[in-house]
Design a protein around this ligand. Structure first.
Ligand code: ZN
Ligand code: FE
Length: 258
């Protein structure tokens, strides 16, 4: 099948909006609406017509531009059923296992509660890409505003099962500070050291560090490594349950200043 085109839109302080376009059908979706004006400008620059908004969760930096974008484009809005009452303009609410599509391309919806109680991600297995919102960041994960460590750990394990060459499009450029925290908990991880240096170099050049490959996250992201022996040993938690290791790492990140 033909390739989908992804257009990345840096906006607000550190958000990324995305347009994903199928050149065969001409359909375009926008993942979240952090900044309506930036999204409309990106559509105009590409000459793309927006078919749908796919929301990941209800936070204002993800759904705040919904009505302005819908009014300007006439698009439909797809959003998580569990948060539809907290998201403006929803036309279709979706649950785990449902699909959204762009022409012939199918994206599977997975529920990943933790950051918010109804957060979802959109996964296109055939194209090896996923839009993961604030569930997983490059070398990080979302803060637990509405969920427990057990929920988030189980959500992240869904993502971990995807093919390693899957590209993960997250919603924030938090990678440098995430890398500093990751190094603080696993200083001897050589892959992590190398990746952190690459990230610093990319940021010095003004380049985004998103998307990232799942395989690289598995090797370096502390929040995917709670059951990896080297990581557990580094935290002095070799005997603890993975969810406890995850909870310790998440609490450590919340308190981390560096
Ligand atoms: Zn959020
Ligand atoms: Fe966010």
């Amino acid at each position: 099948m033909n390739a989908l085109e992804v257009h990345q839109i840096p906006c607000l302080t550190d958000n990324y909006g995305y347009l994903v376009h199928d050149p065969v059908s001409g359909e375009t979706a926008c993942i979240d609406t952090p900044d309506a004006q930036a999204i409309l400008a990106a559509l105009a620059s590409r000459g793309w017509r927006l078919s749908e908004i796919w929301n990941t969760h209800h936070h204002p930096d993800h759904a705040g531009g919904n009505l302005a974008v819908k009014q300007a484009t006439g698009c439909r809005i797809v959003a998580p059923a569990a948060e539809a009452a907290r998201i403006a303009g929803v036309d279709r609410s979706v649950v785990e296992g449902e699909a959204v599509s762009l022409g012939e391309h199918r994206f599977t919806v997975l529920e990943t509660p933790g950051h918010t109680s109804g957060h979802i991600v959109y996964w296109c297995e055939a194209q090896r890409l996923a839009f993961v919102g604030d569930t997983l960041f490059a070398m990080g994960c979302g803060r637990l505003f509405e969920g427990t460590p057990a929920q988030m750990w189980s959500s992240l394990q869904k993502l971990r099962r995807w093919p390693e060459d899957t590209l993960l499009y997250c919603a924030h450029e938090y990678t440098q500070s995430n890398a500093r925290f990751a190094l603080s908990v696993e200083p001897d991880n050589a892959v992590l050291q190398a990746r952190a240096a690459e990230v610093d170099a990319a940021r010095r050049r003004g380049e985004p560090t998103v998307p990232s490959r799942l395989g690289d996250e598995l090797a370096t992201n502390p929040f995917l490594r709670a059951d990896v022996p080297a990581f557990r040993a580094s935290l002095g938690m070799a005997e603890a349950a993975p969810v406890e290791v995850f909870a310790r790492a998440r609490a450590g990140k919340d308190a981390f200043r560096g």
